[in-house]
Design a protein around this ligand. Structure first.
Ligand SMILES: C[S@@+](CC[C@H](N)C(=O)[O-])C[C@H]1O[C@@H](n2cnc3c(N)ncnc32)[C@H](O)[C@@H]1O
Length: 273
């Protein structure tokens, strides 16, 4: 891949999804898309860029490309101290505040293969116990990659994916079948998964307002302009008393957005100003 091909590709990727490939990540793009160029029997990246940006297969090829270039690393109970803050500090107050409507809506906005959304379902189940039956809980997982969303919808994980779960949680919420662990259907029904590009604020509106939004480990792939757009979208779609959680290596500093950081170490959480 020449520098000019890299520039053209990263420009269209940025325009479509806000994902910003640094100069140092040229090899990542090259290694992930070389096989695709071969599969399509193109002779070079110029032909691939033409195919991607003109003609009848643009939309399908963009999807195929996002399936390949996104980093989907995730795990159950990823960053446990932060999730404990959610479970022990945020959830009890929210349950109290929503006593009348008994409705809770949570958005896992870069859901990958579903581990984050299902972790939240486990935490909600633990917090509400038998009361969960009286509540309408909706955990929405969205992602730009269809490939990972299909995995999320299956709620079936290999041994490696459940390695971070305690034996107690594994036994209580999963059923082992062969070499796979299937999530309990009662938790699975709390969650649904939909495709959403975080750059598409208009599409996001159809999902309505949420009490808690998780946007972890995806802002790092965006530049400030895209981050600001995404965070403003969350501002519009977060309840007045809602909480936004971001990844531990991410920050809203310098974005000039209407959020205030919660003063709790390891929470990486924000409320609306
Ligand atoms: C590293 S994973 C993070 C998963 C999970 N939130 C976690 O922290 O474990 C980042 C996810 O963001 C998704 N993603 C990247 N750009 C996106 C965009 N513009 N819109 C929606 N999802 C995007 C990727 O497909 C990937 O699944």
């Amino acid at each position: 891949m020449s520098d000019s091909q890299f520039d053209q590709l990263r420009k269209v990727i940025y325009q479509r999804a806000g994902i910003h490939f640094l100069d140092s990540k040229k090899y990542v793009l090259e290694s992930r898309l070389s096989r695709r160029v071969e599969e399509l029997e193109f002779e070079n990246f110029d032909q691939y860029i033409m195919y991607l940006t003109t003609g009848p297969y643009q939309m399908d090829e963009f999807q195929e490309m996002f399936n390949r270039i996104t980093i989907n690393e995730t795990s159950f109970f990823r960053n446990e101290p932060q999730l404990l803050y959610f479970e022990q500090q945020v959830l009890p107050k929210l349950i109290e505040a929503r006593q009348k409507t008994k409705t809770l809506r949570i958005w896992s906005s870069a859901a990958s293969s579903g581990e984050e959304a299902y972790t939240l379902a486990i935490q909600l189940h633990r917090s509400l116990g038998i009361r969960a039956m009286d509540w309408k809980i909706e955990i929405l997982g969205t992602d730009i990659s269809e490939k990972v969303l299909l995995q999320a919808q299956e709620a079936k994980y290999p041994h490696y994916a459940v390695r971070t779960l305690s034996p107690m949680v594994l036994q209580k919420y999963f059923k082992q079948e062969g070499s796979f662990y299937h999530l309990d259907p009662s938790l699975k029904t709390m969650c649904r998964f939909e495709k959403l590009n975080l750059k598409d604020r208009i599409s996001a509106r159809r999902f309505g307002t949420f009490d808690v939004i998780f946007c972890r480990n995806v802002l790092i792939y965006f530049d400030d302009e895209m981050r600001k757009g995404v965070i403003n979208m969350f501002h519009d779609q977060l309840a007045k008393d809602g909480t936004l959680f971001i990844g531990h290596s991410e920050s809203l500093r310098n974005l000039n957005v209407k959020f205030e950081q919660i003063a709790a170490p390891q929470a990486f959480a924000y409320t609306k100003l």
